[in-house]
Design a binder for this molecule. Sequence first.
Ligand code: HEM
Length: 173
Amino acid sequence: MPLTLLPLVIAHWLHVLFAITWFGGVVYRNLIILPILVQTADEEQRQLTRRFKERADQLILPIALLVIVLGILRGTIFGQIQSVDALLTPYGITWTAALVLALFIFGWDVFGVGAEVENWYGEQVDGEGSPLAAPAVTVALKQSASRILTLGYIEIGGFILVFTCMILMRFGY
Ligand code: HEM
């Protein structure tokens, strides 16, 4: 392999590694972590959720941003999009679609799923702001978890679209 290819190979390697970590983390959250969390006692559920969220924010969000930055570099400096005109080719359109979708997924994760997760482990209050009694807390937690599950599946749908873009670009489209 010529040495000049090395930066491209490294960028591609990191992009794919971080991308599968981000995508895999979201799938793991929906399929494994959430179903187990909802089965734990209310207080434990809230404590664990807070800890999962803090750790995910520290690790997964920076990784997600790196996926996007490396995707931009992989398509431009190290790829086929070397001019504005190239954005109008099938490859350029697919790349732009992937970028927009990935930014949308990132925003969805932070402002949609993330906000609902904070709501899940936060204090459960009624419409007037008074703390809920124990049985109502259990119901509110279950509703929150179910909303997070739905938001997560929509996010996974977004990933499947981005992933399809990756495969299309692989074949030149
Ligand atoms: C959001 C999650 C993402 C995932 C899971 C993902 C995954 C992948 C994978 C697995 C490949 C390797 C494909 C192959 O070699 O067959 C790839 C390549 C690539 N990705 Fe991504 N990616 C993501 C986001 C992005 C974004 C946002 C961009 C653009 C801004 C991007 C740009 C690229 C480019 C340009 C390639 C090389 C395509 C080629 O010409 O072969 N990716 N990605």
